[in-house]
Design a protein around this ligand. Structure first.
Ligand SMILES: [Zn+2]
Length: 197
């Protein structure tokens, strides 16, 4: 069955299972920009006028395009390598690290499992509320090349591979039983952060 866009009624091109809604290209991108703005508002000290940096990775071009949309072209971040980003972050500059919901959740669960404090992180995650498949679709619609790193790339040194694999299986099984599970995890982590702030 051909679905119609939830917002405008045009033929839909992407289906979001977690809300049981389908969207056309332009409404889907608008939805993501809105979500990104919400994310950006939670980053302390970040305004469209502030100086900030974006780590170079497979999602850099997507990040730059989305930031441009979210900030309406008023400001552009500067892309930096991880080494330079570490230096800037330790000097107190805002450094954003393009990620995905899956990477972010997996990172947080590792800290949780080892009772380590997440607040010590130097980089601000960007796209922590974007599921991988949403990024892949958005890049396709925007004609941008993106490369989402494998989940293994977020494995922390303090966790064993077997524990890491168990955690990633646990998250996927949560998601299969409940389409909203990943967003639920992110909300819970945000709530924990607000208590610790
Ligand atoms: Zn639409």
């Amino acid at each position: 069955m051909l679905r119609k866009c939830f917002s405008c009624g045009k033929p839909a091109v992407v289906y979001l299972q977690y809300v049981d809604r389908a969207y056309c290209k332009s409404c889907f991108l608008k939805l993501l920009v809105k979500r990104l703005r919400k994310e950006l508002r939670t980053i302390k000290g970040l305004t469209p006028a502030s100086e900030f940096y974006v780590l170079k990775n497979g999602l850099s071009s997507f990040a730059m395009r989305m930031l441009d949309k979210a900030f309406k072209g008023f400001h552009k971040g500067v892309l930096v390598s991880k080494g330079k980003g570490l230096k800037l972050a330790s000097q107190g500059f805002i450094v954003l690290e393009p990620t995905t919901a899956e990477h972010y959740i997996l990172q947080r669960f590792q800290y949780l499992a080892k009772e380590k404090l997440w607040s010590k992180q130097l980089f601000n995650p960007l796209f922590k509320t974007f599921l991988s498949f949403e990024i892949v679709n958005a890049c396709k619609f925007l004609n941008i090349h993106c490369r989402i790193a494998s989940l293994k790339s977020v494995k922390q040194s303090f966790i064993k591979t077997s524990e890491f694999n168990a955690l990633s299986q646990f998250i996927e099984s949560l998601q299969q039983s409940q389409p909203n599970a990943k967003f639920g995890c992110i909300k819970t982590f945000s709530w924990i952060d607000s208590l610790l702030a």
